[in-house]
Design a protein around this ligand. Structure first.
Ligand code: FMN
Length: 215
């Protein structure tokens, strides 16, 4: 353990981005998000739309997991999941959530907080239709977040769904979207000597205020 700690303590990356100036930041956080997402795509980072979603349970205990951002519609960040999953259970009792985009290879992160609500079923239908057929079957096979006795049981459930629905499975009723309506969006970029840049946009009434934070 001591050896591991020594190893961990010696792991040290130097951040070296050019200072991020206030004048370079957009006044609209959604435009700023779009710029940075496009830069992450251009940089070919793996899964640029993957983010960590944090929720809290009914006792206030937090948990996090990765989801894929699949839309930015009407200023809401959209992801899709199983409405019977653990995260969906959390969101039904406490709609506050956080999305964290960890673009470490670009020395950047974005942290978004806000309240989450279910999207219209029609929107989920449209997205589900665009998914590859085998992923659609996976959504039927998995009783997400619940106990599973073996992989075999999951594979059998997949085959059963395939027998029933063939190549064009409909959207399961328990599968759909959530949209996070942001209250705050923080953009972080690494700088030399740990003098990182942080810009926090906060929703005040119906407009966005931006301020710089200490790193
Ligand atoms: C890169 C990546 C992307 C993922 N995207 C999704 C997603 O969009 N929706 C989803 O339900 N699970 C996704 N998962 C699986 C979740 O991280 C998680 O295991 C699952 O949703 C169950 O979480 P829960 O039990 O907390 O509800 C993804 C996992 C990874 C590693």
């Amino acid at each position: 353990m001591k050896e591991l700690s020594t190893q961990l303590q010696s792991m040290r990356e130097q951040y070296d981005c050019e200072p991020l100036r206030r004048s370079a930041m957009r006044s609209c956080p959604f435009e700023q998000f779009t710029d940075w997402l496009n830069e992450a795509v251009l940089a070919k980072i793996y899964d640029p739309n993957a983010c960590s979603l944090s929720t809290v349970d009914e006792k206030g205990c937090p948990s996090a997991r990765a989801v894929l951002l699949k839309g930015l519609e009407r200023n809401k960040f959209i992801f899709y999941t199983n409405y019977n999953s653990r995260k969906a259970r959390h969101l039904s009792t406490n709609s506050n959530a956080c999305l964290h985009f960890p673009w470490f290879s670009l020395q950047r992160q974005i942290i978004i907080t806000g309240e989450v609500s279910k999207t219209e079923d029609q929107e989920a239908e449209e997205y589900f239709t665009s998914r590859p057929p085998l992923s659609k079957l996976g959504a039927w096979a998995s009783d997400q977040s619940n106990d599973l006795d073996s992989r075999e049981t999951l594979e059998k459930a997949f085959l059963k769904a395939q027998e029933k629905y063939g190549d064009n499975p409909p959207k399961p009723p328990h599968w759909g979207g959530f949209g996070l309506n942001p209250k705050s969006i923080e953009f972080w970029q690494g700088g030399p000597n740990r003098l990182h840049d942080r810009f926090m946009y906060e929703l005040v009434g119906s407009s966005w205020n931006m301020k710089r934070l200490n790193p």
